[in-house]
Structures are given as structure tokens and as C-alpha cells.
Design a protein around this ligand. Sequence first.
Ligand SMILES: CCCCCCCC/C=C\CCCCCCCC(=O)O[C@H]1CC[C@@]2(C)C(=CC[C@H]3[C@@H]4CC[C@H]([C@H](C)CCCC(C)C)[C@@]4(C)CC[C@@H]32)C1
Ligand SMILES: CCc1cc(Oc2ccnc(N(Cc3cccc(OC(F)(F)C(F)F)c3)C[C@@H](O)C(F)(F)F)n2)ccc1Cl
Length: 463
Amino acid sequence: GHSTSFTQTGIVCRITRPATLVLNQETTKVIQRAFQRATYPDIKGEKIMFLLGKVSYGLHNIQISNLSIASSQVDLKKDKSIDIAIQNVSVIFKGTLQYGYHGGWLLRVQQSVDFEIDTSINLQINTRLTCDGGRVQADTSDCYLSFHKLALHLHGEKQPGWLEQLFTDFISFTMKLILKGQVCKEINVLANIMADFVQKKAALFLTDGDIGLDISLTRAPAIKDNYLESHHKGVLTYKNQSSILPDSTYNPSLLGDSRMLYFWFSDKVLSSLAKAAFLDKRLMLTLTGDEFKIFQHSSFSDSQVEVRSLTAPQIICQPEGTTVKSSVSVEIRLLHQDRAPTVAFSFEEDIVTVIQASYEDKKLILDLSDFQIHHKSFHSASTLCKQSQESIQEFLKTLTAMVGIPVVISWLEPALTTLLNSKGLDLFDIINPEIITNKGYLVLQMDFGFPQHLLEDFLQTII
Ligand SMILES: CCCCCCCC/C=C\CCCCCCCC(=O)O[C@H]1CC[C@@]2(C)C(=CC[C@H]3[C@@H]4CC[C@H]([C@H](C)CCCC(C)C)[C@@]4(C)CC[C@@H]32)C1
Ligand SMILES: CCc1cc(Oc2ccnc(N(Cc3cccc(OC(F)(F)C(F)F)c3)C[C@@H](O)C(F)(F)F)n2)ccc1Cl
């Protein structure tokens, strides 16, 4: 068939129906905020009333004095919208009603009385997610209020009957229009502040120093019966230069809909992150632990081992795990009191490791499931005979396998965990996350408890 010309997708986020049930708990807080933020303009008018002549009225300083929400449901409508239904929002408005009429040619009455308007409202908000300049936009113009109660209560002594009539016939109609207009406007404002907030937070999450991932959308988020999913470039930005992403291999059948949250990463994205880490000189390690004091009793004071990547590691995802191809140099240095360190000997190896990653107790765990070491070269300060070079080569291979690789992994695990937690990953209540690798991609799938901290953060941004 024809190939749809989409910009390539490196990362896909899928939020399923079970997740919307968790998120539903908190929609009422956002709606409450919308009612509180809305402003209610004065309602003024004048009517010619039978026998009374011209009557003028004005409702001033309308404020919310009490607000409660009974229940809400979130529903995904295929290829359309996220439908939020909210029942029994009961709101009490307070204000001052001024009214006056010009009776006979002399009689003028001007009254001012405090009022309460007691309402009970159902809301239906059908949110469409669109893509505007690579960012998620929420369009909540499909917003309906239905009133099953709107009653005026006037303070003080009995008021004239015609006033109730005026309220029932005219004022309540205007009141409904104002409420619908103001509340739906605020809901749209909040929905877009929220979408912007997640976009910003997500971008911060996937940036560290000069290394970042461009997570702008490649198309509008797709809404299906059981999930909604967003497609992101996942293009590496290093020192503000962004690289291109080769063609994407994503298709929706790769993800399920039983877990709340899925992230699909093309392994090209992981490879470009490894490349940026290499360019950013992060892939090197100086070991001075006791296990590396190989020249213990010689005249030299101390020794250290420096391990570093010679090229950008290549990351390939397979069903067996994440394959990392790196070429590495290991240097054994001697530290002297009085002069610069000298290199006792150094060697280079091509190392292929297969890693299985998991995430438990807010820690990233990297397990080595296979490896291959190809010895490339060896340099030593003192000349060695041929025979001993062979045995040294074997020894170094064993050293790399028994010490080198485990040391690098046990350095990388906490380093990545610290990086992720510095972004606030540990604040999330992530339930039973699974990290699954397959041909050319990696999937994170998990359930989660509502991110209370995220909502608090968000509600702070909207005073
Ligand atoms: C590459 C580091 C090399 C350092 C030093 C170079 C010298 C090497 C010397 C000798 C040994 C040779 C190589 C050593 C083997 C080490 C390589 C090695 O360990 O490779 C791993 C590098 C990290 C990574 C890409 C990987 C696997 C999975 C990836 C992780 C999956 C999830 C992680 C998410 C960001 C976390 C989300 C949590 C979730 C919300 C629950 C993600 C993507 C982080 C990166 C890892 C393979
Ligand atoms: C940090 C998670 C993440 C976000 C990405 O980019 C974006 C950008 C905009 N919206 C999203 N959504 C997915 C999503 C799910 C869960 C959490 C999350 O971000 C965050 F809440 F953790 C924030 F604090 F960082 C983002 C939402 C998008 O799917 C939707 F729903 F708007 F269409 N992701 C890309 C990759 C990764 Cl790992």
C-alpha cells in the first residue's frame, strides 16, 4: 500500500484504559480549580414589568462560596476524544442583588440584598488531542454543562414575588450562559497548561547536560478503544545539534493494553544516547580500588587502572537482551611521588556484552547475560618475550571477564540510577515495571499509582 509520509518515530508512549481510571481520581481536582479560577461578571438588565413600569436589576460581586464534586468517569472514544463526564457538581454562588423600579411618576425604589444561587451541574468534556508544533495540544471546546438545579435565595425579609419571576425567566438563563462560557474557558486553559507541563517535564526527564532527546510529536496522539498513544521523534540533541533518526520500525501491535503505561524505544535512540555519552567523555573510568594495587611492594607508591571506550558503543536490542558492542582501552598506570604517572602497560579489546535490565526498588539493575572478548593489542613499558605475551593475553582476557566487565557494570548501574532519580523518577509510584527487549527495540511497561507529586507540582504552577 502507499507509505504514509510520517516523520520518523523513535519513541512511542502508550497510556491504556486502566491508566485513565487512575488518572480519573484526580480530574475532579482540576475541574474544581477551573470553577475557582473562573471569573463571574456582573449581570445587569432592565425589564418593563406589568403594573410596575421599568425595573432594573444587577447581580454584583458573584463569587463561589462552596464547591463539591460527586463523581466522574473517563472514557476513550476511538479516533475522536477522551470523554470526561462529571456528575453533581454542586456550587453555591454568593453576591449582591440590586434592583429598583420607577413606579408612578414619583415613586422610585432602590433595593440591595445579598443572595445565594444554589446550583447542581453535570459536565461533559470531550477532549481532542492535537499536535501543534510538535507539542500536545488539548482541545476541550466540546464542553457542555447541564443544570439540574439553579435556585435563587435572597437574604433578609420576604422579597417581592415578581423578583423570583424575573430570576426564573431571565436571570437564570443569563447565569447558565455565563457559567458555561467561563467554566469551559478555564477548563481549556487548564488542559493546555497541563499538556504543556507534561511536555516540559518529559523533556527535562530526557535531558542531562549537553545530552538530550527531542521528544516533539511526529503526529497527533492516536486515541483507540483501549489506549491512547503519542509518537515522538526521539532524536538526539547534543550541544544543541540534533542528529537525524533512521527509519522507524514501530507498529501498534508491538505494544499491549493490559499494563497502564508502555514506552517503546527504537534501539537507534539508545545507540545515539551511547554515542552522545561517548562524545561527552562520560564513558571512562579510573579505578584505584585495593583490587587494583598490582604493584603493591615495589618502590612505586601506587597504581591505577584507567578504562575507557575508544569508540561510541553500539547498542542493539534482541530478544535475549541489549547487546553492547564497545572497543575499549585499559591502561595500568604507576603513580610516583616526585613525577608524572607512567604507563606500565596497556591493552585494547573489542568487547560485546549482552545485558538484561530491570528496575526494582527504584534502582536500575543491569545483569550480564553473555559476553565476548576479542583481544586487539598490547603495549608494555618493558619488552617481554613472545611466550609470555601469549600468556599475558590470556591473563588479560580473564582479567577483563572476571573484573573489567563486572566493575564497569557495577559502576554504570548506580550512575544511571542516580541520573534517573535526579530527574525525579523515584518520586513516581511505579508498579512492577518490566524492561523487555526485542528485535531493534526496547519496551518499558508498568502500572503506576497516581503521581500525586506531579499534580501538586502542576497545581502550584496555576496560582
Ligand atoms: C556503556 C558504558 C561503558 C562504560 C565504560 C566503558 C568501558 C567498558 C569496559 C568494559 C566492558 C564493556 C561494556 C560493559 C557493559 C556495560 C554496557 C551496558 O551495561 O549497557 C547498558 C547501557 C545502558 C542501557 C542502554 C542498557 C540496557 C537498558 C537501558 C535501560 C532500559 C530502561 C532504562 C530507562 C531510562 C529507565 C526507565 C525505568 C523505567 C521507567 C522503569 C534504560 C533505557 C537506560 C539505559 C540502559 C545497556
Ligand atoms: C518521561 C516519560 C517520557 C515522555 C516522553 O515524551 C512525552 C511528551 C509529551 N507527552 C508525553 N506523554 C507520555 C507520558 C506518560 C507518562 C509520563 C509522562 O511524563 C511525565 F509525566 F512523567 C512527566 F513528568 F515527565 C509522559 C503524554 C502523551 O502520551 C499524551 F498523553 F499527552 F498524549 N510524553 C517520551 C519518552 C518518555 Cl520515557
